[in-house]
Design a protein around this ligand. Sequence first.
Ligand SMILES: *Cc1c(COP(=O)(O)O)cnc(C)c1O
Length: 410
Amino acid sequence: MGSIIRHDKEDNALFVQQKKDYTINNYMKLDQSIVTPCYVYDLALLRQTLDTIISASAGMPARVHYALKANPDARIVAEVAQRGFGADCVSIGEVRHAIACGISADKCVYSGVGKTDPEIIEAIHLGIECFNVESLEELQIISHLASQNGKVAPIALRINPHIDAHTHHYITTGLAENKFGIDISLFDQALHLATTLPGLRFRGIHCHIGSQILTNEPFALLCTRINDLVARARQAGASVDYINVGGGLGVDYEEPVTNPIADFQGFFDTLRQGLDVPAGALIHCELGRSIVAQCGTILSCVIYVKEGLERHFVIIDAGMNNLIRPALYQAVHRIDNLSAPNGTPTATYDIVGPVCETADTFAEGYVLPRTRRGDILAIRSAGAYAESMASQYNLRQPAAVVYTEGEEIL
Ligand SMILES: *Cc1c(COP(=O)(O)O)cnc(C)c1O
C-alpha cells in the first residue's frame, strides 16, 4: 500500500501520482491531482488471470488466442504474448498490432464478416495461422487472391451452430439469421469449396457463439455440435487440425472486486469432457473479456451533483466516449465512490456522463454514499470493451492510462 500508480503513455503531459492513505476514516483517496477520467490497468491481476488460464488448461492440446478487440493496450498484449498465447484478430490493423506486440503471425487467426481484398492479401503475405472464413463468397475470394499471389491460404470454416448463448441480443452471434458465420445448413457446400479450391488449405472448424456467457451449458452444447462437424469433415476425407471454440466466457460484473477471476476451470473442464479431439489436432479458444475485463477500472471525478425534480444526477467526467457498453447494450458496471468515508448515508442517483446524448448514462437509480462534487468514482470491470471502443465524440480527448501492480482501488 502507499505505492505508486505509474503513468505510462508516451505522448502526453499526464503524470504519475502517489496513492495516499487517508486512513483517518478508514478510506483511501487518490491524490486529487490525478488526471481524470483515466483507465487504470492492474498488471498483477492480469498475470494472475493468465496463470489461472494456463493451469486450468494444463494437459490439453489447446492454445488460447487473446481476442485483441477486447483491449489492444500494448502492455497488456505484451503480457499475453509472453505467456505464449496467440491472437484472435478481426481486422488487419489488429493483425499488425498483435505482431508488433510480440505475437508471431503463425499464432494469429483472423475472423470477421467483412475482410477486404487488401486486408486478405496482406494477411496472406504476413503468414497468419488461419483465416476464419464467414461466407461461401469469402472462400472464393481468398482462394482467388491467394492463387494470384502464388500462395495457399490456411482457412477454418466459421460455422453458425444455432446455439442460444442466453446473452444480450447485441452480443449473441451463434443464432440462425445472425450476420456472423456460415449457416450450419451450408456446411457440406462450404467444406467442399474449402477442400477443393486451389488457393485454400482447409485447417479446421470455428464457432463463436456470443459473449458474457455465464453458464457451461452453451459451451457443452457447442462441443456436441462441433464434434458432429468434425466427424462429418473427416468422413469426407478432410483432416481437421484446428477445433476453434471461440470465446465468450463471462465475468462477474456485480462482484468484480471479490470475484475477479472468471470460471476458467469450468470452461476448460467442459471442453475437456465435451470435445472429441482427433490425434494431432489443436483446440483454439478465443478469450477476450474474461482475460482483461476485471483488470481495468475507470477513475472519474464528479463534476456536479444536480438535483432534478425527482432524480438526483451525478454528473461525472467520464462518458460514453470512454465506456459505451451501458449505452450500447444496457450493460451495468459496478460503481463505487472512493472518496466517501465509511458510514456515509446513502442516496439514489442517476450517474451520467458529460456527452450530449441521453444514452450517456452509466446507471439509473443507483445507490451510492452521498456524493459530492470532486469525489472520485471507480467504474469497475472496465478492462474489456471500454478503451478499445472509445471515441472522440464531442471532441473529447482520449483518457489517460495508468498501470498498477496489484494495488487495490478501494
Ligand atoms: C469478440 C470475439 C471473441 C472474444 O469474445 P469475448 O466475449 O470477449 O471472449 C472471440 N472470437 C471472435 C470471433 C470474436 O469476434
